[in-house]
Design a protein around this ligand. Structure first.
Ligand code: GLA
Length: 375
């Protein structure tokens, strides 16, 4: 399998942590269809940590928790598939998962075969409890081999948190996405921290293996497993725009059975999703060196360009983009016709430079630019 655009879907961890069960997963699958999330592109439903029994069975096979999943995982996968969704699960390269359930260390091939049997389409593979003498890249390579030979197309979602210089070796393992950050929590500070740490990692981001900035916190509003302070709607909009802009997989983490209208509007903005899912899948770049008021630029298929201004500071800002910084100086005779992707407003044609209106703290402005002749 080659993944040409960042994966999209939902993952159980951010809101539910250990409180997962068959009923919740079925209701989530229903909600993903009924709310329009599937139609918007969110097609993977992923169960994170805490789904198994604490012990393997006598044949070394991993066993779903009988209380949480009384009908086993194949039944869950069948239900998820019946809704037109794909089914994802979680394991770990170490002896245990991060919540101390059995990990896949030295059970890689058995587990890959089990997942294939159950009808799994996506495996998130964590990095806790790795024996200290083992090299991480070899453990990811083992699971990479196992998945590639399990007889089913399973998307390999590596979760090595950007540590051990994993940006240098993760693509060798067969991973289709890799966690380039530590864990997200539901707070503005976490959004800023994770986004700033991504700046130097963009050259590793692209078609086949996307930098994963962790699951989205949009719509959590301080409730759930990784809740801290919660964020405002504007902050969630900025977070979503940043993740979309930086080619991160878009894995929803809120309770999709109970989304507010503002949460739906953010998660299902077609124009922002189109930047994330652009078929050229170019890495974005910073048009200047300011990590606090970021100006990201991403060349799009067909010649358009996406421009995102992100005010991560606590004060008003008016950033500007000299077009020279993106390869369009005056000698080209070209200008940009700009559209605001959150409001749909056509802002007109700009030559040489674009200056934003006053941007309030924690807000963003995401534009799509079309090349036109300068008059
Ligand atoms: C790690 C991962 C998280 C989540 C938890 C589960 O912390 O980075 O995304 O999967 O483990 O225990």
């Amino acid at each position: 399998m080659i993944k040409l655009t960042p994966p999209m879907g939902w993952n159980s961890w951010n809101t539910y942590g250990t409180n997962i069960n068959e009923e919740l997963i079925k209701e989530t699958a229903d909600a993903m269809v009924e709310t329009g999330l599937l139609d918007a592109g969110y097609d993977y439903l992923v169960i994170d940590d805490c789904w198994s029994e604490r012990q393997r069975d006598e044949n070394g096979r991993i066993v779903p928790c009988k209380e949480k999943f009384p009908n086993g995982m194949k039944a869950v996968a069948d239900y998820v598939h019946s809704k037109g969704l794909k089914f994802g699960m979680y394991s770990c390269a170490g002896n245990y998962t991060c919540a101390v359930y059995p990990g896949s260390f030295e059970y890689e091939f058995i587990d890959a075969a089990t997942f294939a049997e159950w009808g799994v389409d996506f495996l998130k593979y964590d990095y806790c409890f790795k024996p200290y003498w083992q090299q991480g890249h070899l453990l990811y390579k083992r699971m990479g081999f196992a998945l590639a030979n399990c007889g089913r197309d399973i998307l390999f979602s590596a979760c090595s948190w950007g540590v051990d210089e994993s940006h240098k070796w993760i693509k060798e393992t067969g991973a289709h996405m890799w966690r380039s950050t530590g864990d997200i929590v539901d707070s503005w500070k976490s959004i800023v921290d994770l986004a700033q740490k991504q700046i130097s990692l963009q050259p590793y981001n692209g078609q086949g293996c996307f930098n994963d900035m962790d699951m989205l916190i949009v719509g959590m509003h301080g409730k759930g497993n990784v809740a801290i302070d919660g964020c405002s709607v504007e902050e969630y909009r900025t977070h979503f725009s940043l993740w979309a802009f930086l080619n991160s997989p878009l894995m929803i983490g809120c309770d999709v059975r109970n989304m507010s209208d503002s949460t739906k509007d953010i998660l299902m903005n077609k124009d922002i999703i189109a930047i994330n899912q652009d078929s050229a899948a170019r890495q974005p770049y910073l048009a200047d060196n300011n990590p606090n008021v970021m100006t990201w630029v991403k060349p799009l298929e067909g010649g358009d360009v996406a421009i995102g201004f992100f005010n991560l500071t606590d004060s008003n800002q008016c950033p500007f983009l000299p077009f020279d910084n993106i390869g369009l100086n005056r000698s080209t005779g070209k200008a940009l016709q700009l559209t605001n992707l959150w409001t749909g407003e056509d802002l007109g044609v700009f030559k040489d430079i674009y200056r934003t209106p006053v941007m309030e703290p924690h807000t963003c402005l995401v534009l799509r630019g079309k090349l036109v002749d300068a008059k």
